[in-house]
Design a protein around this ligand. Sequence first.
Ligand SMILES: *Cc1c(COP(=O)(O)O)cnc(C)c1O
Length: 229
Amino acid sequence: MTIEENLINIRKRIASYEQKYGRAQGSVRLLAASKGQAAIKVEAAVHAGQHLFGENYLQEGLKKISALGDHDVEWHFIGPIQSNKTRKIAENFSWVHGIDNLKIASRFNDQRPHHLPPLNICIEVNVSHEASKSGVAIEEALPLAKECLALPHLELRGLMTVPAINKDFDAERREFRKLFQLWETFRDQGIVLDILSMGMSDDFEAAIAEGSTMVRIGRAIFGERERKK
Ligand SMILES: *Cc1c(COP(=O)(O)O)cnc(C)c1O
């Protein structure tokens, strides 16, 4: 299967899940997670009409951003954030999905160049209570969101999660539902966000069933990743 065929297939599946779970047509955006994939593959995806890409590692991401410089691509940083990398991320990406503390958010706010629009951010929530995972606990998300809303060079867009790997579909849905419910709590507090960033190659049906508005898909588009050098 080519990247183009994979993209057609994924878009069809997204549309069919929107219909199956009573979601509005076109309500789920597709982010191509391109970590560990060569720039030429990213370019093939761009030619097949893909617009949103996510990278996890700064150096690798910067190489692809410059290689793809002439194309109309929206770059999302979806990896773990080290504080010594925030400036380059703020200068080169449009979105950051893994915000989980105020200190990092403040750095992005201070370092976002003023000639660019505000940096779009999602707060990462650790819905599965895994000690190894980044992300705030569910009850910490709203206080952090309120602090982020006060930062003028950031635009709080949504919530993001990478749940624990689950054995069955219903268990996957239960994890994603926690983020959806938190999103509704935000709405009840007057914080209306358009992005619920959840769902990857192996679990995006469950995520769409539970209200995802942005799925982040890597291997199902590009195939297996190259080993990280
Ligand atoms: C790698 C990655 C993805 C995509 O994972 P696949 O299983 O390849 O679809 C999505 N989100 C994040 C945060 C990732 O690191």
